[in-house]
Write a protein that binds this ligand. Sequence first.
Ligand code: DC
Length: 233
Amino acid sequence: MLNAQQGTLDKINIAIDGPAGAGKSTVARQVAKKLSYVYVDTGAMYRAVTWFMMGHGISASDTDRVLGAMKELHIELIPGELTQQVIVNGEDVTSYIRTNEISQHASSYAKIGPLRSVLVDMQRQMAASKGVVMDGRDIGTHVLPQAELKIFLTASVEERAQRRYQEIKDSQQITLEQLMHDIAARDRQDEQREISPLVCAEDAISLDTTSMNIDEVVDQIIDYCITKTDGAK
Ligand code: DC
């Protein structure tokens, strides 16, 4: 809706879901920047939990210990210009949570229902005042079912592995083939889990980004956003 006095758009919430490596975080961050919205990377929250549990030797199969440890865990997300800072119990873990090892284990912790509930409550609080671009797997279907704009980003497994490879090839020793295998395995875990599986919401707009660049995807989403907010006038 256009605010007549300020000539600005009233704020809405934007949910961006999709599989690993579809470009969600890059796209969501840029959309948030263009709209002066807050970007919330929910995957970082699951990664932060994974980092903490692994650091304390708590396996995802030991649900009681995981849930007990959740009570000792305080996660803060601090929006930044280039990246969102992730703080766990006062420690900046932003770079530690991006390793391939954390990527592989996060799906196992993300399957634990009560753990998800704790994080989902935090995510809903973050979006309560609107003006949030939130990315994840279950944002449009479960976390923010009332989000005014829902986008489901996809790309082929090959393309997603290639993008991830370009990002990490200088810092981590991994082959493109291994990444393709890992991404396909994570897709299966995220799509097949019982609670909040990765699925396109019925009212989401599905965007296949295999042959689109970041700017095209961002511009497309901003267009959808303008249509939505103008439509509400
Ligand atoms: O988007 P990502 O790769 O940073 O996500 C890390 C893990 O967390 C991945 O296994 C999927 C899971 N996740 C989830 O289950 N629900 C979300 N809303 C976000 C991420």
